[in-house]
Ligand binder design. Structure first.
Ligand code: FE
Ligand code: FE
Ligand code: ZN
Length: 277
């Protein structure tokens, strides 16, 4: 069973978002927990959450992915900025318990001029402050392209963050194909080798979701510009290998490609036709 979906807006509520996913023949999805600036999220509407859960359960969705605002920087040199990331993510995790047993993805942050190791310490410290033993959500570190001073551009950097976390069982990784390729991992010619390295450094058992994106730029460009499936440097053949890889094929695949809903529907249809079951 291929679990494929795309990034959707939750602005009309959770139930409306699940219905939108069904129209696109998706069986997973991703949404931002609040607008990218990280402003106050809407009040929780329990009945809307329950309607959402009913739809996704009835239609055999995989876990769904909530995405933290991408403007947060948990390893900023500025204390107030770090605190803000911690406050927003704490609130998001509290809200996620109304949609239990799902995934929460975030970008590990940019160290600015402090150096990678200082960034790793700050992000790990934040995780140690926000993770709770009783939470049902798995918090995912996303593999990053290495734009600017982003941390998480190598599997080793993510491993170092995870190593410092006390509640490791509440953590995992989301593998973004555009980011990994932009960071210099050759998933086009050597997907097996890249996944072997991932397994050796992080462990494939820590991998919970794939962001399925093509890239507007060549391998190692460190740009992070997503492209539509099959029209970028990664290409359709490599994407087909990703969704069919024995180590990945059971995971939720989330499209974050530059598309409107119609475009997402077409990509989902294409990917379903390329899946070998
Ligand atoms: Fe992301
Ligand atoms: Fe992503
Ligand atoms: Zn990206």
């Amino acid at each position: 069973m291929l679990y494929i979906g795309c990034h959707l807006s939750v602005s009309n509520g959770y139930k409306a978002m699940a219905e939108e996913a069904l129209k696109l023949d998706a069986n997973t999805l991703q949404f931002f927990t609040r607008n990218p600036r990280g402003s106050k999220a809407k009040d929780i509407d329990e009945s809307d959450c329950n309607s959402f859960l009913k739809i996704v359960n009835k239609n055999n969705f995989s876990k769904v992915v909530a995405h933290a605002p991408y403007t947060l920087n948990p390893c900023s040199p500025d204390e107030r900025t770090r605190e803000f990331a911690r406050e927003v993510m704490t609130d998001d995790l509290m809200r996620m318990e109304y949609l239990p047993n799902n995934l929460y993805d975030f970008h590990p942050g940019s160290h600015v001029k402090q150096g990678v190791d200082a960034g790793i310490e700050y992000t790990a410290n934040m995780l140690n402050q926000i993770l709770q033993p009783e939470q049902s959500t798995i918090v995912l570190l996303e593999t990053m392209a290495g734009k600017g001073s982003e941390i998480g551009k190598t599997f080793q950097e993510l491993r170092k963050i995870l190593d410092r976390v006390e509640l490791q069982e509440k953590t995992g990784v989301c593998f973004d194909t555009c980011h990994v390729y932009d960071a210099g991992y050759d998933i086009v010619n050597n997907l097996d080798g890249v996944l072997e390295e991932f397994d050796k450094v992080i462990g494939l058992d820590k991998l919970y979701a794939i962001h399925l994106n093509d890239s507007k730029n060549p391998m190692g460009s460190r740009k992070d510009r997503h492209e539509k499936i099959g029209t970028g440097y990664i290409g359709i053949d490599a994407i087909a290998k990703v969704i069919n890889h024995p180590s990945l094929k059971h995971l939720p695949f989330i499209l974050e490609t530059p598309n409107d809903l119609k475009g997402y529907g077409e990509e989902i249809k294409l990917l379903r036709s390329l899946y070998n079951g």
